[in-house]
Structure formats: structure tokens, C-alpha cells
Design a protein around this ligand. Sequence first.
Ligand code: CA
Length: 447
Amino acid sequence: MKAKSQGFPEAAPRRIARLAVSFGCLCFSGALLIACAGANADVQATAQQAATAPASTDQTSEPARRDADFDRWLDQLRDEALREGISAETFDTAFAGISPIPRIIELDRRQPEFTLTFWRYFNNAISEERVQRGRALLQQHRDLLNQVEARYGVQPNYLVAFWGLETTYGDTFGNFPVIGALATLAHDTRRSDFFRGELLTALKILEAGDIAPSRMEGSWAGAMGHLQFMPSTYAAYAVDADGDGRRDIWGSYADVFASAGNFLSQVGWRRGEDWGQEVLLPASFDHSLASIATTPETWKSMREWASLGVTSASGYALPQSDQPAALIQPAGHSGPAFLVHHNYGRILQWNRSIFYAVAVGHLADRIAGGPALDAQAPEQDQRLTNDQVRELQSLLMNLGYDAGGVDGRLGPQTRSAIRDFQRSRSLPQDAFADPNLLAQLRSAARR
Ligand SMILES: [Ca+2]
């Protein structure tokens, strides 16, 4: 899984791991991490690129060397691992030939220059080829997927959609040795605690015999196998569905689908419910009803949304139901609008990114035969540089709107300040940042 996005507001999708965090992986639990708060999408994007980049060249371009500092660090880690029940044999086998991977530090430090827009993310995530392959794989694995649905309540088209977005159906696990990747990031000072925990968990997975060290491949950030589970997510949710005694998310489709189903079930997926749908809004619509935060904050029943003039994307009336829904507009008021439900929030548990959640939901719909989006991408998909986001935040602050600081990230507080500014100027209150908004702020500041 990995994705990316930006521009938008979300505070960035971060992957949670995806629960809260995100990296490209499910960093579920870890969440924290990454503090990412902000730019999750960007983080995701970065991770995804890492998965497909010709990393091997970079890895070998510098001589593998373990300096004295790494060796000392490794000795301490070994002591800790042995105290936690990992055998000396497992530890020493896992670390045979392992040294810090410079390419990973490079990827971890990389800063995107631009915000990621919804359309840039979406068009990359939802290719026609990905839709067609998803439909074929749904048929190919139908029996397994039906068994997983019966047990965990997650529809087959969603299981395939997560798989498609995480690794393009298994094409791209990332070519990094998980132990080497996690050791590099745990030894590095930026997020050592999080990755040290993930590394120790990965060693416990090896100790249990679930996978051989040589097959434990993943992304540069340690997200593993078909589903890009971080080790902590794996430990909590991976399932041995084919009964061979190993939880194999690298080689067993039964284990892969069941592990995804188990995760989603455990975080509260509701059997048979959809994620949401694209909708059309009336011309006079009050865009302040759209939610800003990654977890939507404004909920109404479908009946209430219908009474506000919202219809399906094909123009039909919404159901007169009490099902709660929230409105999101990830590309602002001129882009697509979606009403999302409870299971949308479960997708966010996997990866805390609005762009990611919409992409999974839409890909699931497409795999089940649904239509492409009604909304069309603009001819020119305008994005902001990170410097422009900082300028935008400074202008908001100078005009008296609390953007929460000048950090170059379009988080909820900055978006809320944008909405306040829009309200004061009688603009559509979509809380969306783009070059047009920046121009309006510059103009307001000159007055
Ligand atoms: Ca198994």
C-alpha cells in the first residue's frame, strides 16, 4: 500500500499502519510514527517509489561496511533480542551480511517539492490496467476470496482492491531485505524507537519460523509482502489460513487474503456495507458541510443529504435511509464529491490517507463492474510548492487566521483557517488550498 497525495488537506494521509502512521505500509501500529503527520500522502508516495526503484544499484554502489558504531549498536540489540526470547541462532542468521543501507537513509530524508494533488494520486492509483487485472484476479481467486468473506465479512472486491493498491497484486513487495531495512532505520536517529520495536518484532517472526530470512522482503520502510504489513501489524493480524503452520503473506494467497480480512474485521469492518459513493451537489451547496479532517467530522443521514439536494453521480435520488454519511471533496469544490460511510473509516485504519481510502473504495467498485468517476480532472492540475504552502500559512496568520504555524503542511488547522478566510470573503468554503487561493490571500494581504 502506498499511496500518496496531498495537496489536500489532509493532513496528510499518513498511513497508519497504517493506523496511524503511515509509511507505506501499514504501519499500523506504529503509528506513531511517523509523525507523519503531515504529509502522509507524500510519505506514501515516497515509499511506493522506493518499492519500485532500482534500489539494488544504489545498495551496491557503496561498499557494504559495518562501522564500529553500527557494530556496537548491533551488540546491544543482540543482548536485548536474546532477553526477549530470540535465539542466538535466529539473530545471527538474520544479521549475516547485514549492514546499514545508504539508499534507505536517502529515501527517508527525501522531501517532496510539491504538494500531491488528488488527481495526480488518483490517476496513478486507478489505471485501466489495474482495474482489468483486478477483475481477472477476482475471478481467479474467487473461491478463496469467498471463504475469507464468509469468515471475516469483507467483500472480495475490497480485498483485491487493497492488494492492487499495496503491491499491484504482488508485483512490487519492494526489494529490500526487511531486517536490513529496519536495522538501518532503527540505527538511524530519526525514528529509532519505532523501528527498533518493528525490528525486534520482525526477529520474532523469524524465530517463529513463519518465513526464512532470505524471503523476508519488503519496502525500504519495512512493509512486508503482498499487503505491505509492518511487522507489528503482521504480529497482530496475520493469519495462517492454509494450515501449513506458517503465516505466509509473501507466498500464500490464502494467508494473504485471510490476513487482510482479519485486519479489516478486527478494526470494525461491517459485513456487506460499501465504503461510499461519488455524488453530485447542487450549485448553491454550502461547502462548509464537507469534512476537513482525515476522520470526517460532519455526519448526516443519507435522507438529510438528499434533502440538501445531493444526488448520486448518475443523477438519481439518494436512498431515504438513516445510514450516516460524511461528505468529502478531496480536490476542492470543483472536484469530485463523495459521501462516505463507516467502512471508509476502516480503510483509513489501514492507511490514514483520504486519497488512499477513496482509491481503495473506487477500485473496489470498479473491480465489481462499477463506472469510472463522473468528475473529470481539470486540464491543468495545479499544485503548490511546499514553499508556497508556507507562504499561504504566513499570509493566513498575518490576516489573523490561526493556521497553526508555518510548517508547509496542509493539516486540519491550516484547512480550518482557510475555511474561515473563505467565509469572510464569501468564497466557497471548501477549505482547499491551490494557487487560486494563494492569489486571493496575497491580494487580501495587500489591502
Ligand atoms: Ca500458511
